[in-house]
Design a protein around this ligand. Sequence first.
Ligand SMILES: [Zn+2]
Length: 381
Amino acid sequence: MSFTAKVISAKEWGARPPKQWQAETRPLYIIIHHTATPNPPNDLSKGTLEGAKSFARSIQKAHMDGFGWADSGHNFLNTTAGVLLEGRNGSLDAIKRGRCVRSAHSGNTKGNESPGIENEGTFTTYQMSAKQWDSLVELCASICSSCKIDPDNIKGHRDFSPTQCPGNWLYSQLSRLRQDVRKRLDLPVEEYLKEGDSGSKVKELQQVLKSRGFNPGPIDGIFGSGTTQAVISFQKFNGIKPDGIVGPVTWNALNSVPPMKTEPPSTVNLLETYKFYRGLPHQDQAIAWLQTQISKDDLEEFAQKWRNTPSLPFLPLQEGAVGTEVKQLQQRLQQQGFNPGPADGIFGAGTKAAVIGFQKSKAMVADGIVGDKTWTTLNLS
Ligand SMILES: [Zn+2]
């Protein structure tokens, strides 16, 4: 867009010439101030055009005669009625050419190379009227356009110097100002969400917050205090200014953090699977298949840990041995279908024959002597 703001030139409001003309600069920012003078109905401009011109002259006088400056310190003035006036001589012409006149409003060399806008009033808690706001938006959009300044570079005086200017309320509205200027310039507008908002975008915000582990309360599309707290927690956690307002920076952070896993890991629970198969006729095939999937080392470790191994007797047992271990051997041979004769605890020829029979059935060395291997195989069979 072209420079559309209607600005009363210094010549038109009867400015004195500067004591000294200042060099032109290439502006990077727009710097917002308040005049810290009374708000309506006691405003110095009295809300009129004549009052606005008179106010501009009184400021110039204070700056030149009181502070000893070369000219008005600021570049533009926006009165309570939304009347826009040039401040320092030459500012309007320079801005229309994409330049600025070095000024004295920011208390900082860098800031003084960019246009400063004085807004009449004291905006610590007092809120600017729509008329004055609209003029401010129009002027900022015009300056951004002619000087190719990104609306994100609209700053407050306090961003350059230690000062309360432009008042807590006005300073808190700078994000809205940038947004309104973007709209005026037909630039893409970032979505701002804050407490009191509602709708699908709020619901989306709540879902994203929840997926990041910050609980906004019910996912109801209503931005209440619970959602504000969740946003503040998220902002603190991510080193973002914790204002509870979701602007481009917070959205960006919300969307760039990978979502936390909310679904359980997709591993098979072997115990549940086993319990399921246990009651089915395929359980032997299932376990046999599972066995082929497990390494020999793992299987042996499993067996060591979980098999119900009877304590090993003094081995080997062979013909002539007597005792409870022999009796245990005979009982086990009987259970396996080999007949050692009576389980009397005496390792005789019958027992030896039964051991040989068992060993043969397992393709083991059939010597009739029960060593570790025969004992273990017999008790696991
Ligand atoms: Zn200021």
